[in-house]
Design a binder for this molecule. Structure first.
Ligand code: GDP
Ligand code: GDP
Length: 438
């Protein structure tokens, strides 16, 4: 199920990070074990009432001369327009309405994206709510006064945000056409790959009425099957701001990954895998998406007998949390092995939606337990009653045990590996949940 994406746009110092941190709460720590990603706080899971959404902070503007600020804000706003379902446009009651706000508001209004205008730093509602009225002049609707620092006004603001979410039946499409996000650092060849894959069909953009999100999706037919590449507009537009290119590529990846079933992580084969690739890979991993690592520019790599296995070793080392990913070597330039990419997409989707029966699963687990005894502590041994698969996308297993405290991380890993060895699941992460049963 894909979650709505909400982007926050606004001048430096209006309080975007403060709002972000206040809403993200502790949930952000869930992703602790993925390198790099959380520290940047570029995105967070937010839940409000029974709604859950992903919030992205397009921020990262260096306060500099006002010219640069405006052009960076435009860039930010454009990314929000490309990627988000709803945009929070944040202003500051203390600084009042400034020219840059008006210019960015114009741009947002023309995009026809749902906008929620937020006026921050209204720390004392009784005294200062009136001051937020001047922001009606922006012409993008009612100002919602908040205090990000004091956590005031959040309820009304979030109600306004949620009111703009696409209808659930649109979000959860009955259509089971695979949705694929092509992500990666700048210049690895994402646009070239999309152009190759989509060919002339590039121009055929689905036009389901009322779904802004589909305007950037491209539907492709291959071997009599349909595929949808999501967020392809984001690929076409290149950031001009050097310093923020990395942040922007992550923001875009978050939004695209959220809407996809399969993530194709493109890396530059000529350059080799890097830490920045790991950050983007981490997003797909956390989101539980099926993953294919496409090592691109293979035409430009000088090869001998070891080149491929050396690359695989390096990828496994750098993306050690993702040993399950499929790896293929391609060239967007020559078209080498692009057919295999579609095959891989079919295969990893099959893996991420596979269900294993409880009977056969427990035979495997019983064998695994016999081969390697569960851990003990102070004379008490972990007992596994049974294991059952409770969900797909990603496949999720609940392990019922006598005492949760006895379950070690390494034993969970062991069980996961046994399940993988017996059933496959190549290309998809697995979730393992331990439950105590008395
Ligand atoms: P960003 O650059 O938009 O991400 O802004 P920050 O979140 O870093 O906030 C900029 C400054 O405004 C910081 O000093 C915050 O403490 C302050 N600030 C943020 N929200 C509020 C608020 O609701 N009231 C007041 N008085 N100050 C705030
Ligand atoms: P993006 O920023 O990830 O979308 O990357 P582009 O698609 O714009 O490609 C960046 C550069 O790499 C361009 O100069 C492409 O021509 C080049 N490129 C892309 N794919 C390949 C490939 O398979 N082989 C070679 N040799 N060059 C490639």
């Amino acid at each position: 199920m894909s979650k709505a994406v909400v982007a926050v746009v606004g001048r430096p110092n209006v309080g975007k990070s403060t709002l972000f941190n206040a809403l993200a709460g502790e949930r952000i720590s869930i992703v602790e074990d993925t390198p790099g990603v959380t520290r940047d706080r570029i995105y967070a899971d937010v839940s409000w009432l029974d709604h859950e959404f992903t919030m992205i902070d397009t921020g990262g503007i260096e306060p500099d001369s006002s010219d640069i600020i405006l052009s960076q804000m435009r860039e930010q706003a454009q990314i929000a327009i490309d990627t988000a379902d709803v945009i929070i446009f944040m202003t500051d009651v203390r600084q009042g309405l400034v020219d840059a706000d008006a210019k960015v508001a114009d741009m947002l209004r023309r995009s026809k994206k749902p906008i929620v205008l937020v006026v921050n730093k209204v720390d004392d509602f009784d005294k200062h709510v009136m001051d937020s009225y001047e922001f009606y002049n922006l012409g993008i609707g009612d100002p919602h006064p908040i205090s990000a620092a004091g956590k005031l006004g959040f309820g009304d603001m979030l109600d306004a945000v949620i009111a703009h979410f696409p209808e659930p039946d649109i979000l959860d499409r009955e259509d089971d056409t695979p949705r694929i996000a092509v992500v990666g650092k700048p210049n690895v060849g994402k646009s070239s790959l999309i152009n190759r894959l989509c060919g002339k069909q590039r121009l055929i953009v689905s036009d389901i009425a009322g779904t802004t999100r589909d305007a950037v999706d491209t539907r492709v037919r291959f071997n009599k099957k349909d595929y949808i590449f999501v967020d392809t507009a984001g690929l076409r537009r290149k950031s001009r701001i050097q310093g923020d290119i990395e942040r922007y590529s992550i923001v875009r990846a978050v939004a695209a990954v959220e809407k996809a079933d399969v993530v194709v992580l493109v890396i530059d084969g000529a350059e080799g895998v890097s830490e920045q690739d790991a950050k983007i890979a981490g997003i797909a991993h956390e989101r539980g998406k099926a993953v294919i690592i496409a090592v691109n520019k293979w035409d430009a790599v000088e090869k001998d007998n070891h080149t491929m296995s050396d690359q695989i070793d390096r990828i496994h080392k750098t993306l050690s949390f993702m040993l399950y990913a499929r790896i293929i070597f391609i060239s967007a330039l020559t078209g080498q092995r692009l057919g295999q990419l579609y095959e891989a997409i079919d295969q990893v989707i099959a893996a991420s939606t596979m269900r294993v029966g409880t009977g056969v699963l427990n035979e495997i687990v019983a064998e695994a337990v016999a081969m390697q005894q569960p851990p003990t502590d102070k004379g008490k041994r972990l007992k596994i009653f049974y294991v059952t698969q409770v969900a797909v996308k990603p496949p999720t297993f609940v392990v019922f045990v006598n005492d949760k405290k006895l379950m070690h991380f390494s034993y969970v890993r062991y069980l996961e590996n046994q399940i993988r060895q017996n059933f496959g699941f190549e290309g998809t992460p697995l979730r393992m949940i331990t439950r105590q049963r008395d």
